[in-house]
Structures are given as C-alpha cells and as structure tokens.
Write a protein that binds this ligand. Structure first.
Ligand code: NAD
Length: 241
C-alpha cells in the first residue's frame, strides 16, 4: 500500500496486517515507512518497508516487482499516498498542478494497472483508492487536490467496470476531516476549524484513523465481495448524497 508511512496510511497498514495481509509499506519517506513496519512487527504481524517516489513510473514498477518478490503475488492494493497543496485557484502554478495530479492520480492509475495485470493471472483481487470528500465541492483553495480526488472517484468506477470480469473489485474510500499533521498545517485556527467540522458532521466527534482503516479492511475482505465501483464516505455524516 502507498503512503503507508503517513497518518491514515499507517493505521490502514496496521489494520490490514492484523487482518492477515503481508503488507508492503511503500512511502517516499523511508523513516516513516520503517516506523509503520516496526509497529506492525511489534504486534506480531508481517510487513516490509519500501521506499518509492510515486512521481517516477520506473520507481513504481521497481517497487511493485520488489514487493511481489518479497511478499508474494499481490492480492490487494491500497492507493493512499497524496499531497495537499493549498492556495487560491487564480494563483496555482502549473508545476503544483502537475505534481498533485502525478502523485494523487497518475500513480494510482499506474499501480492499479500493475496490480490488475498480476491479479488477472491469479484469479482476482481487490483495489482500494483513498479519495476524499472534497470532490463534492464545498472547499476553497484546494483546486489541484480536489481535481485529483474527483479523478480518483471516476477512475475507481472505470476500473471497476473493466476489471469486474476478472473478479477484481475496485472501490474508493473518501475520508472526511481527520486530526492529522496535514490538517494542522493547513489551518491556522485549528479550534475554529474543529468547531466547523463538528457542526458539519452528523456525528459530534472527530474521526479516528481507525475509522478509515476499518472501512478499507472491509473493502479488502470477502465480506464486501459483491461491492465494486463505489466510493464510500467515512466522514461522520458530513456529506449525504
Ligand atoms: N487527513 C485527512 O483528514 C484526510 C481527509 C481526506 C482524505 N485524506 C486522504 O487520505 C490519504 C492519507 O492522508 P494522510 O492525512 O494520512 O496524509 P499524510 O501526509 O500523513 O500521508 C501521505 C503519505 O504519502 C506519502 N507521499 C507523498 N508523496 C509521495 C510520493 N511522491 N511518493 C511516495 N509517497 C508519497 C507521504 O510521505 C506520506 O507518508 C490521502 O490520500 C489523503 O488525500 C486525508
């Protein structure tokens, strides 16, 4: 899984390892990936840390081959790594747009292609793409990020449609607002933002990374064997459509 050194990614990796998956913890940040692996191994489960810059196609291909060599044929892929540049649309630099689309969308496409090629030879599998509720369009100053996440939702549907005949399910998970370092970096007045979040959510508590991990776990399990092409919000009832 990608971005598994991060806040939500770490929790997802730990949960999947607990479910019995041998997890490839892929991240550009080596020490973050190793920290996730340490927690997994301490809990008695199996994982390896793999460093990869998901902006590079050759690096993606290399890390994918390395993961299969060390852990066996891929059964589930979780695309989770993302960057979140903020700023007004009128001032977005093309390089910022390119970077965001490359990490948040293109890498999801490329990893899914590699995984699906492998899964078609082994009788099926599962792909989970981490999106965000932002694609519903209520947030300012995040246009490259919002565009990339909307693309992830659309791509999830397109891949589910084409890969269903190979017994490959493709679903998305759209987190709401979680108290992570990314949130702290993006909001100057965190107390005001937290008040806004709790007012917007139907449930009056902050989300926990375990809430996202539980949904990914479900989508990677046979319990969801008749669900594909869906992007499910895990947001305390913020968005209802
Ligand atoms: N935190 C939230 O509230 C929230 C809300 C909605 C959606 N999400 C989504 O959840 C996912 C995880 O978010 P998070 O809050 O854990 O973020 P995070 O920043 O903690 O984790 C993202 C991880 O991706 C890695 N990464 C970034 N660029 C990379 C690259 N080029 N190559 C390889 N790895 C790279 C980072 O090193 C980091 O470990 C993202 O897809 C994000 O869009 C998060």
């Amino acid at each position: 899984m990608t971005g598994a050194g991060g806040a939500l990614g770490g929790a997802i990796a730990e949960r999947l390892a607990g479910d019995g998956f041998r997890v490839a913890v892929v991240d550009i940040d080596r020490s973050a990936a190793e920290a996730t692996v340490s927690r997994i191994v301490e809990a008695g489960h199996e994982a390896v840390a793999l460093t990869c810059d998901l902006r590079e196609q050759a690096a993606i291909e290399e890390v994918f081959a390395g993961a299969e060599e060390q852990l066996g044929t891929v059964q589930a892929l979780v695309n989770n790594a993302a960057i979140f540049p903020s700023g007004p649309f009128l001032e977005v630099e093309t390089s910022t747009l390119d970077d965001t689309i490359t990490v948040n969308q293109r890498a999801y496409f490329l990893t899914a292609q590699l995984a699906a090629r492998s899964m078609t030879n082994t009788g099926g599998g599962v792909i989970v793409n981490v999106a965000s509720i932002v694609w519903h369009g209520r947030w300012d100053n995040l246009s490259p990020y919002v565009a990339s996440k909307g693309a992830v939702v659309a791509m999830t549907r397109a891949l589910a449609r084409e890969l269903g005949r190979h017994d490959i399910r493709v679903n998305g998970v759209a987190p709401g607002a979680f108290p992570t370092a990314a949130e702290a970096a993006q909001h100057e007045d965190l107390e005001a933002y937290e008040r806004e979040i709790l007012q917007s959510q139907a449930l009056k508590r902050r989300g926990r990374s375990e809430d996202v991990a539980a949904l990914v776990s479900f989508l990677c399990s046979d319990e969801s064997s008749f669900i594909t092409g869906q992007t499910i919000n895990v947001d305390g009832g913020w968005i209802m459509v």
